[in-house]
Design a protein around this ligand. Sequence first.
Ligand SMILES: [Mg+2]
Length: 136
Amino acid sequence: MNIYLDIDGVLLANEDNLSEGAAEFIKFAVDNFDVYWLTTHCRHGDPNRAIEYIQRTTDENLRPWLEKIKPVVWDFKKTEAIDFSQSFLWFDDDCYVGEREELHSNAVFDSWIEVDLYKHPDQLKHEIKLLKSLLD
Ligand SMILES: [Mg+2]
């Protein structure tokens, strides 16, 4: 199972703050799954900007986990970076029309986990339970 993670509106609630439960979510995901960045902060294969963007928001040292998240490459649609030959979950607050079409055409629309921190500020806490259930 691969995990793809967006940053803005998912791991970060706003530009300067981690979302509730994000640190635990990152650690649990990285410790148990293959995790990939799927964010505008890492779209050309260099993960350093994404790592720094998150690390600057917290006093906790998340680097050991953040450095294990793998970079991907995409240009227009995030779905370009998804390996459709493997099962996956993609945590993102946005999924654009072209990306939705791509998910539907691969019959994996349910692999997109829509994160809505406005409605559910502590959503990532609950998503840890989803990840745990996948290990059973
Ligand atoms: Mg986002």
